[in-house]
Write a new protein. Sequence first.
Length: 123
Amino acid sequence: MTDKPGLRQARVAERVREEVASMLVTEVRDPRLAGVVVVRVQMTPDLREAVLYVRLLSDEAGRRVEAVKALSHAARRFRREVAERVGLRFSPTLEFRYDEGVDTSARVEELLAEIRSERDEQG
């Protein structure tokens, strides 16, 4: 059974997300990584690179930078473990980024609410 390339890419990305999330909960003892959640993973089509988007459960802006630094520092360990656990021929490079998407959409909603209230006050 062979998957279409996009399906395999999505399936591997989800497995990478699950494994890194599991390691964060059960194996990593770095206090800078407390409350870090892996939101999503984007894999390149050749499965050699992965970008992992993370968030913090208690979102403090100052902790974002420290958490991403700590994850980047531990990336080699994660890389070895992920390749072994997922059963990949090549260990994908792992790049960690803070997921700003929710913050951006929340800010857009705030701005729209302000515009609506200003219109209601004027009209």
